[in-house]
Ligand binder design. Structure first.
Ligand code: NDP
Ligand code: GDR
Length: 371
């Protein structure tokens, strides 16, 4: 039975990857952070009671800022594959916590690699690094591929650039099987609530049920190449099943604007939006409503405005990936379209909003969380 260790197992990708590896018969170990309340919602459905024997899913407390902790876990688990998905992964937040982001996302990767080496495991462990299209930042070539020069535009991207190169360096210096998946944006119903797609699907679903009044957005002109996280974790596993470690771009090869994603999400709720105004005065008005999915709304309501709070000090305006190498060498193609993904996300958020609304109607004093 192969053993895998996943940092960031409680995150979006970590949870899908853990499911995939369990299906493939792996013994899966994950690192979770200590928090003041439970933070394992995304993996609770695969949780195994620690009192049961022969568990194949085990969680360890840990943190990418803690070398001794990482070393101990690696020594205890003796993994065949390590997936480094743990990160302060929010680009906008990285401007507010740049040093922490560098420590976790940059030096954290070094800590893991060096622990593997010092434990003498560098020839038997295969290492996957969650690299990112944010490395391309101010894009130097369209579409972006493995050879496109990097130009990071945020503390997050700069930290991930260090991680990218230290992975290449350990591969070249010590012969480690270590590779970078340069993944473009990927989403799902498990996406963190403050990333743009989930903010939109959740926000509009809440508004449709009267739980919130208005969605406040940043730069809606930004263009992204969005895929589904389930498709992308499959590729993370495939990258570790080769004879030689290589870096791959993972993307769909199609890009859309944030505004387009808003239009699709509204349509899933039976709402047609009309965008009016320009710049920070831009807002969206309900033009028509079909069906019963948005009982709290009326034609003419303004349900979206721009809030400059969500603009970034330096923006990545456009990202478009070229996944040709992954297709040719690994036979990987994404199976879920961005429109299908949007429908899945809206359906999940609508269900949750309807449940909240029902509870409120029955006198329960609960509120939805906000950023
Ligand atoms: P999430 O933000 O959903 O998950 C991040 C995970 O890292 C969480 O489990 C989080 O724990 C954990 N984490 C945060 N800080 C630390 C720390 N100091 N020590 C240990 N663990 C920590 O991200 P995604 O699942 O979306 O992304 C996975 C990885 O892929 C990240 O590295 C991200 O930067 C990268 N990436 C993501 C892309 C995307 O579009 N989703 C695209 C390209 C790269 P907790 O749950 O406690 O917060
Ligand atoms: P990104 O994802 O920065 O690409 O990083 P995010 O969804 O946060 O932003 C995408 C684009 O939408 C614009 N935007 C807003 N973004 C947020 N979060 N909130 C808003 O209100 C808003 N309005 C407009 C942003 O300015 C941006 O242009 C994600 C993360 O998962 C990283 O970890 C990963 O490396 C990259 O994708 C690839």
């Amino acid at each position: 039975m192969k053993k895998a260790l996943i940092t960031g197992v409680t995150g979006q990708d970590g949870s899908y990857l853990a499911e995939l590896l369990l299906e493939k018969g792996y013994e899966v170990h994950g690192i979770k952070r200590r928090a003041s309340s439970f933070n394992t919602q995304r993996v609770d459905h695969i949780y195994q009671d620690p009192h049961v024997e022969n568990k194949n899913f085990v969680l360890h407390y840990g943190d990418l800022t803690d070398t001794s902790n990482l070393t101990r876990i690696l020594q205890e688990v003796q993994p065949d594959e390590v997936y480094n998905l743990g990160a302060q992964s929010h680009v906008a937040v990285s401007f507010e916590s740049p040093e922490y982001t560098a420590d976790v996302d940059g030096v954290g990767t070094l800590r893991l690699l060096e622990a593997i080496r010092l434990l003498g495991m560098e020839k038997r462990v295969k290492f996957y690094q969650a690299s990112t299209s944010e490395l391309y930042g101010e894009v130097q070539e369209i579409p972006q591929k493995e050879t496109t020069p990097f130009y990071p535009r945020s503390p997050y991207a700069v930290a991930k650039m260090y991680a990218y190169w230290i992975v290449v360096n350990y591969r070249e210096s010590y012969g480690m099987y270590a590779c970078n998946g340069i993944l473009f944006n990927h989403e799902s119903p498990r996406r963190g609530e403050t990333f743009v797609t989930r903010k939109i699907t959740r926000g509009l679903a809440n508004i449709s049920q009267g739980l919130e009044a208005c969605l406040y957005m940043g730069n809606m002109d930004a263009l992204r190449d969005w895929g589904h996280a389930r498709d992308y974790v499959r590729m993370q596993w495939m990258m570790l099943q080769q004879d030689e470690a290589e870096d791959f771009v993972i993307a769909t090869g199609v890009q859309y604007s944030v505004r387009q994603f808003i239009v699709w999400s509204a349509q899933e709720l039976g709402i047609t939006l009309r965008f009016e105004g320009e710049g920070i005065d831009e807002h969206a008005v309900i033009e028509s409503i079909e069906g019963e999915k948005a009982p709290a709304l009326s034609v003419g309501d303004v349900i979206l405005r721009v809030d400059p709070r969500y603009f970034r000090p330096a923006e990545v305006e456009t990202l478009l990936g070229d996944p040709s190498k992954a297709k040719a060498k690994l036979g990987w193609t994404p199976e879920i379209t961005v429109q299908e993904m949007c429908a899945e996300m809206v359906a999940a958020d609508l269900k949750s909003a309807q449940q909240y609304s029902l509870l409120q109607k029955h006198g329960h004093d609960i509120a939805v969380a906000h950023e």
